[in-house]
Design a binder for this molecule. Structure first.
Ligand code: GDP
Ligand code: IMO
Ligand code: MG
Length: 431
């Protein structure tokens, strides 16, 4: 039994895609267990750039089976686009992709609902979702009565079910939709035609992935679990309500995939060597100034899915210590060290001050998180291009000191260092 998982320790976009692609040759099966088209995972191989939303980043390894499990919410149109785009680039998808029939399906009314609801914040600031219908789809999953799972597309009562859901949704959404035209999002006949068409095309990939994974475990296969989003976006343990609608920390692996927690014996936490966030919500170390802009420019910090500029700031050791413990991290991968190389000095947040008191825990309420003052340590920049460095020993001394300090503050070793987007631009510290 060997299960490794890769979990983002910040607010997403930590470069999980790069890491999973890199590790994938050591595994037979790669598993995506949460989220949906809100995720955007980038893999760079030489001149080729792949952007994946639902499909695990193991798909570029022709020997790995890639499994999308019940915890994921699937937008059939988007996943078909991904399949087509990969196939047209000669990536082997047909034999290597499985989609759970238990995964819930994002429908047009979910996307309409996301647009209507995210514009109506109750507490002053909107979540700033990716508008991919993720929250409404998970809401319907938990609510049960109006949900559609991938397997439902192939059932004889599919059209009936959609017609009933649409009639209820029309009543529920009409009050919110004063100035919005919901006719397309609630046209049962055309949605059924469209989704039956998607179903036909997706059918070869659809299976009950749960026994497949349980058999794989019995057969001692090696599994790699690919996190999406980041632990601070976890619905239960993140910066609620500015989170996504599923368990994106390490605690979500078992629930989303259907694999018992004891089958995961290694957790790799991925973090950027600074911090970014997309959307609303508190971000104590944010640099809404020239420092943040410099990081955004150097790191090309624009969303993979929505293209939105990412908010940028310093590494927050309080937050990452929290999420590393929460996710049971064994060791960290620290990404984007090349971006920091060009800064004259670098800060790390080592604690917070709240109401005049120094604290080192991550507050559970966003109102408190909004009020904390970060306590910083300042480190000298190393001012050396590290994009060609391939061993830990060859990193500049100041970069090594920075990494050692991050490891010490988080309480977990840094095992992998990334110095650029390409597969090659990676340092395995102990090799
Ligand atoms: P994910 O959602 O966690 O997979 O991350 P994204 O793909 O959304 O964002 C990470 C971005 O950083 C992508 O554009 C990657 O190609 C890029 N990237 C990954 N590692 C590095 C690195 O070490 N340095 C730089 N400069 N870019 C990197
Ligand atoms: P990857 O897997 C960064 C953020 C959104 C928003 C909040 C809720 O690429 O790291 P949602 O659409 O999920 O209801 O939005 O979560 N968010 C992400 N931010 N990376 C992601 O995925 C994200 N997925 C969701 O910006 O603040
Ligand atoms: Mg991303």
């Amino acid at each position: 039994m060997s299960g490794t998982c890769v979990i983002g320790l910040q607010w997403g976009d930590e470069a999980k895609g790069k890491l999973v692609d890199l590790l994938t040759t050591q595994f037979e099966i790669v598993v995506r267990f949460l989220g949906g088209a809100n995720a955007g995972h980038t893999v760079v191989v030489g001149d080729e750039v792949y952007k994946l939303h639902h499909i695990p980043s193991g798909i570029l390894n022709p020997k790995a089976v890639n499994v999308v499990t019940p915890g994921v919410v699937i937008n059939p149109a988007t996943i078909l686009k991904e399949i087509d785009s990969l196939t047209s680039r000669n990536i082997k998808v047909a034999e290597n992709l499985m989609l759970s029939d238990r995964a819930h399906v994002v429908c047009p009314w979910h996307i309409a609902e996301d647009r209507l609801m995210d514009g109506e914040p109750v507490s002053g600031e909107s979540i700033g979702t990716t508008l991919r219908g993720i929250g409404p789809c998970y809401r319907d999953k938990v609510g049960r009565s109006f949900a559609i799972r991938l397997g439902d597309l192939f059932r004889p009562d599919f059209r009936d079910k959609v017609a009933k859901i649409v009639s209820i949704k029309r009543r529920l959404l009409s009050g919110l939709a004063e100035n919005s035209d919901l006719s397309d999002a609630l046209n049962a006949d055309s949605i059924c035609d469209e989704y039956e068409g998607y179903g036909e095309r997706l059918k070869p990939y659809v299976a009950d992935t749960t026994p497949f994974l349980l058999d794989a475990i019995d057969a001692d296969k090696r599994l790699l679990f690919e996190g999406a989003q980041g632990a601070l976006l976890d619905i239960d343990h993140g910066t609620f309500p500015f989170v996504t609608s599923s368990n994106s920390s390490g605690v979500g692996v078992a629930a989303g995939s259907g694999v018992p927690p004891r089958c995961v014996d290694r957790v790799i936490g991925v973090a950027k060597s600074y911090t970014t966030r997309v959307g609303g919500g508190p971000f104590p170390t944010e640099q809404d100034n020239e420092h943040g802009q410099r990081i955004r420019d150097l790191g090309n910090e624009y969303g993979t899915t929505t293209g939105r500029p990412r908010r940028c700031g310093w590494f927050d050791a309080v937050a990452v210590r929290y999420t590393a413990r929460l996710s049971g991290v064994d060791g960290m991968a620290l990404m984007m060290m090349d971006v920091l190389s060009q800064l004259p000095e670098i800060k790390i947040c080592i604690a917070y001050e709240l109401d005049g008191k120094r604290i080192d825990h991550f507050p559970s309420h966003v109102d408190d998180l909004r009020r904390v003052e970060p306590v910083y340590e300042t480190w000298p920049g190393w001012n050396v291009d590290v994009t060609g460095v391939r061993t830990y020993a060859d990193l500049p001394a100041d970069a090594r000191k920075y990494l050692d300090r991050v490891a010490e503050l988080v309480g977990r070793p840094v095992d992998i260092v990334s110095v650029g987007p390409d597969r090659e631009q990676t340092i395995f510290v102990n090799e």
